[in-house]
Design a protein around this ligand. Structure first.
Ligand SMILES: [Zn+2]
Length: 49
C-alpha cells in the first residue's frame, strides 16, 4: 500500500475517508486514479443560456 511521503497517510486511508492529508497525497497513483474518477462524476458543465 502506498503512503504519502510527506504526511504519511496511506492511500487506503484516503480512499476510505475521502480526505487527503496534504497536497502530496494526490500524487499517489491510487489516489490520483480515484480522485480523477470522483471529479469526473461530480463535474458539472457550466450551462450557457
Ligand atoms: Zn500527504
Amino acid at each position: 500500500m502506498e503512503r504519502c511521503p510527506k504526511c504519511g497517510t496511506s492511500a487506503e486511508e484516503i480512499l476510505e475517508t475521502g480526505f487527503v492529508g496534504c497536497e502530496k497525497c494526490y500524487e499517489l497513483p491510487t489516489v490520483k486514479k480515484a480522485v480523477g474518477k470522483m471529479f469526473d462524476g461530480k463535474k458539472h458543465k457550466a450551462k450557457k443560456d
